[in-house]
Design a protein around this ligand. Structure first.
Ligand code: SF4
Ligand code: SF4
Length: 369
């Protein structure tokens, strides 16, 4: 299996090592040089130097064994996220996924989808859920994404991280990032918030395993009214493990526009989002649901394109879809405060569908002022 990837990425060229978030930019000439080298050729001197400097790596095999060269894509995408399955072993009240049906593509569909993402130019892939690790084919899909030359990040609740097959999988193919959510600092709170008995014990065992295996963990502390009294303890838990963390306080309506998660917010902990200055959703990245339906991102899910039935050629339609979804229409039409709005139009639309709690997203309701 390759230890390095040379790849085009958004008009530039990168050298990356699977399992590590940092890349080295290389010139087009060097990319071409690597792409045209024969199978038995050794690494050029500059590549030895770059690998040693960036990752303390020695290249001592024929270059074709160590290096995978990704082809150029005529599509302009560099990143994607993929909900492999919406099923989850937790039942958090604030989950933005709403109804979490355990369903998705079979193995042939998953393989086809990974090929489409690779051919679209995706170098950085986030596999998420539901709970990604409990999908029967997570291991196969995760390994296959690596094999195709994608850099893989996994988002998980950590409930299966202690299991030996998962530990072996991540030892074989290291994710470049493993993002885990934190729902409490004690068993009483964590199990209550996730509505799953014994969940905290399993989570902590997962954290222990991840630390022992030196996995690149990042922790997301999710604050709700059910665990807000443990924010400091949750942060202390992150610090004890030495994993970087972020604190999230704002819930969103569900992807079907249901308001339920909003009722679970810890009002006194809410923080205003930054002013929205645009994003590249649908242009350089996209999101795919468990059925292979691609949308501009996790929030703006409609309209969409079906990557399984329509194929890769349908993907560029997301650019025009993104443009139309960002227009300040509907509940935002004619707004005079767009320039200082903190909520992108797709998210504002979700709030409006969910009953328009303006104080949570809109300056006309006092939000962010
Ligand atoms: S939620 Fe809004 S800001 Fe975030 S990616 Fe989607 S459109 Fe962009
Ligand atoms: S301030 Fe409110 S109405 Fe104006 S664009 Fe933002 S969300 Fe829409």
């Amino acid at each position: 299996m390759h230890r390095l990837i040379a790849s085009p990425f958004l008009g530039k060229y990168l050298l990356v090592q699977p399992g590590h978030p940092a890349g080295v930019r290389i010139s087009e000439a060097r990319y071409k040089e690597l792409r045209t080298r024969t199978a038995d050729a050794d690494a050029p001197a500059w590549l030895h130097d770059a690998a040693r400097q960036a990752w303390d790596m020695t290249l001592d095999r024929p270059l074709s064994t160590d290096l995978l060269v990704r082809e150029r894509s005529k599509y302009a995408y560099g990143r994607a996220s993929w909900e492999i399955n919406l099923g989850c072993d937790y039942d958090c009240e604030f989950c933005y996924l709403g109804e979490k049906r355990f369903e998705g593509l079979g193995w042939d569909g998953k393989r086809q989808l990974l090929h489409v993402m690779r051919d679209a130019g995706v170098l950085w892939l986030q596999i998420t859920g539901g709970e990604a690790l409990i999908d029967r084919e997570f291991g196969a899909a995760y390994s296959y994404a690596h094999q195709l030359g994608m850099m893989v990040q996994v988002s998980s609740n950590g409930s299966s991280l202690r299991k030996q097959p998962i530990r072996d999988l991540f030892a074989r193919h290291r994710p470049y990032r493993l993002t885990l959510s934190v729902y409490g600092a004690t068993a009483a709170t964590y199990d209550k918030v996730t509505r799953n008995r014994g969940a905290f014990g399993r989570f902590v065992k997962g954290l222990d395993a991840a630390r022992e295996d030196t996995l690149p963990v990042r922790l997301n502390v999710i604050v709700s009214d059910g665990n807000a009294h443990e924010v400091d303890a949750m942060v202390a838990l992150c610090e004890r493990y030495g994993f970087p963390h972020q604190v999230f306080t704002n819930m969103s309506p569900t992807i079907d526009g249901e308001a339920n998660p909003l009722a679970t917010q810890a009002e006194s902990h809410l923080k205003a989002r930054s002013i929205f200055t645009g994003c590249n959703a649908g242009h350089t990245f996209f999101h795919v649901n468990p059925h292979g339906i691609a949308s501009i991102c996790k929030v703006g899910r409609d309209p969409s394109v079906n990557l399984i039935t329509e194929g890769l050629e349908a993907l560029p339609r997301l650019g025009a879809i993104a443009e139309s979804l960002q227009l300040r229409t509907g509940g935002c039409s004619g707004c005079t405060k767009v320039g200082t709005c903190r909520t992108c139009r797709p998210l504002a639309k979700l709030y409006q569908e969910a009953g328009d709690r303006r104080e949570l997203y809109c300056q006309h309701g006092g939000y962010g002022s």
